[in-house]
Design a protein around this ligand. Sequence first.
Ligand SMILES: Cc1cc2nc3c(=O)[nH]c(=O)nc-3n(C[C@H](O)[C@H](O)[C@H](O)COP(=O)(O)O)c2cc1C
Length: 190
Amino acid sequence: MKIITLQGSPRKKGNTAKVLSWIEKELIALGHDVESIFLNTKNLKGCLACGKCKERPDTVGCIQKDDIPEILEKMTRANLVIFASPLYFLGVSAQLKTVIDRTFSLYVDYQQPGHASLIDCQRQALLVTGAGPYENNAETTFTAFGRMQNPHKTINAGELFIGSCSTPDKLNDSIKEKSMAFAHKITEEC
Ligand SMILES: Cc1cc2nc3c(=O)[nH]c(=O)nc-3n(C[C@H](O)[C@H](O)[C@H](O)COP(=O)(O)O)c2cc1C
């Protein structure tokens, strides 16, 4: 399976990166082709809502000249995309949200008969890490993620929240096992 991971934390060696690296290693061990994209070093501009992308239903069609069209092109060729982020005020980081907003250019005619998506039937998964101790801390993020998949016409492969994070060295074996199990879950039935 061709897999893209979007690492949305600004911290290259933080909690999200560490959990994601365990997931990625397991995916590679399972024989998958994994490409990791660290968003913080990319040139990411917010969606202009210009609607130009909607004039081109068969291509990405975004007119902005930053690093996102290339990321979106890679997404269109992936079987599975893993979105990864720290929880920031109950949402995802600005880096990841910027890319999510720009996925507006991947579909046309949402809620109309001609609804078509360049990532139709793609599997998508979400990893969130947070400092808070509550199991449902990422609930709003998971809800938003699930709803994003309606216009995307994609499949929810799984969601993982790792709470009570402090420093990456404190992430223990039980979290490593959860991460590895998550890698299996999001790629199963394929
Ligand atoms: C701006 C900001 C907002 C945050 N908001 C939350 C939050 O709403 N809930 C939570 O549990 N943790 C919150 N945190 C803590 C981070 O989500 C947590 O430390 C995370 O594991 C950091 O991931 P990283 O090391 O990959 O950057 C916040 C941290 C920052 C910097």
